[in-house]
Design a binder for this molecule. Structure first.
Ligand code: ZN
Length: 243
């Protein structure tokens, strides 16, 4: 099976469409690691498109925020405004869809979460230390995470917890070598690694190979829709810089 791994779409339909066009014909199933909505101008369109694909999807903190499940006082004011707009914009059937998303999925050698294995909705696996503390919280060889919006492999090099961060080389499949890893495909709709292109990954389950990719998309078109929706200027601006 070939899997398209996407995360943190954040209601950016143009980026999601660019990823699907870039990966066309190269996958059988989609694993989406959460945050389908929040920040961007197309929450219903993104949920609709995802629902039309053979897929499974996990719950992210922004999906829960849009459902009113979280106390959004911990969000900054721009994120809060985007949450309120998203909640008001989502159709009831898409709210039901988001409300039913699980927080953890285990499939063969892979554990899937939005944040981290020990805190599936909340924790950011930002560095090797946080990654090393999470290896004891899942049982499979590999764990796929999103949430930080930064593509990376964290590999457990030695059993006593020594963990290495490996930056993906784009368009080059990397053999999953049997060492335990926490892998992030990056963000489709709001990259934060100083590269504004949409990020995703392809996994060949049978060959145990993972390939990170970037896809260009029409950022200005998304920014225009965000302005029309009166979303915060800072959220509009960051898309073109990838932060
Ligand atoms: Zn996110």
């Amino acid at each position: 099976m070939r899997v398209l791994i996407i995360s943190d779409i954040h209601a950016n339909l143009t980026a999601l469409e660019a990823v699907l066009a870039d990966a066309k014909g190269q996958w059988d199933f989609v694993w989406c690691l959460g945050d389908v909505v929040g920040y961007g101008p197309d929450p219903n369109e993104c949920v609709d498109l995802l629902r039309s694909l053979p897929h499974l999807c996990l719950a992210g903190n922004h999906d829960w925020a849009a459902l009113g499940r979280l106390d959004i006082r911990t969000f900054n004011s721009d994120a809060r405004r985007a949450v309120t707009w998203t909640t008001e914009t989502l159709r009831p059937d898409n709210i039901d869809y988001l409300a039913a998303l699980p927080t953890t999925f285990v499939l063969g050698s892979y554990t899937l979460v939005h944040g981290s294995p020990r805190e599936p909705v909340w924790e950011y696996v930002l560095d090797p230390l946080i990654a090393s503390l999470n290896f004891s919280h899942f049982e499979t060889l590999y764990c796929l995470v999103g949430h930080t919006h930064t593509p990376v492999f964290f590999e457990l090099v030695k059993d006593h917890g020594e963990t290495e961060a490996i930056t993906p080389v784009y368009d080059q499949p990397r053999a999953l070598n049997g060492r335990r890893q926490i892998i992030n495909p990056g963000s489709v709709g709001q990259p934060r690694d100083a590269n504004p292109m949409a990020a995703y990954a392809l996994l060949d389950v049978d060959k145990a190979r993972m390939e990170h990719r970037r896809a260009e998309y029409d950022i200005a078109a998304v920014q225009e829709r965000m302005r029309q929706a009166d979303l915060p200027e800072r959220l509009i601006h960051r898309l073109e810089h990838g932060w």
